[in-house]
Design a protein around this ligand. Structure first.
Ligand code: SF4
Ligand code: F3S
Length: 107
């Protein structure tokens, strides 16, 4: 079982989530973060920390967000580990809540 970062993180990237993860399993891309499903211990600490409410358990993914399970697994292999909180993206407030931001995902 793993937790999954979904669409609303894109272009926001608040990074509150990385501060609480006991196993440091977040990976950072240009405008999105992912969780490595092989490292996540399913502790649930990150879920309530995300201001964008973008983190869900894999069995609890909202409708239309199912593709993010595979996307997290794929991108965790490509991106760098992130363990400390940093400034959110400059337009995070503007993009928070906008649907289907996956079109803007930068790999
Ligand atoms: Fe890390 Fe726990 Fe969130 Fe998994 S559920 S990403 S182990 S904080
Ligand atoms: Fe993204 Fe939420 Fe973490 S916006 S960077 S999943 S705190």
């Amino acid at each position: 079982m793993t937790f999954v970062v979904t669409d609303n993180c894109i272009l926001c990237k608040y990074t509150d989530c990385v501060e609480v993860c006991p196993v440091d399993c977040f990976y950072e891309g240009p405008n999105f973060l992912v969780i490595d499903p092989d490292e996540c211990i399913d502790c649930a600490l990150c879920e309530p920390e995300c201001p964008a409410e973008a983190i869900f358990e894999e069995d609890d993914l909202p409708e239309g967000q199912e593709q993010f399970l595979a996307l997290n697994a794929e991108l965790a292999q490509k991106w760098e580990n992130i363990t400390e909180m940093k400034e959110p993206l400059p337009e995070s407030k503007k993009w928070d809540g906008i649907k289907n931001k996956i079109e803007k995902l930068e790999r």
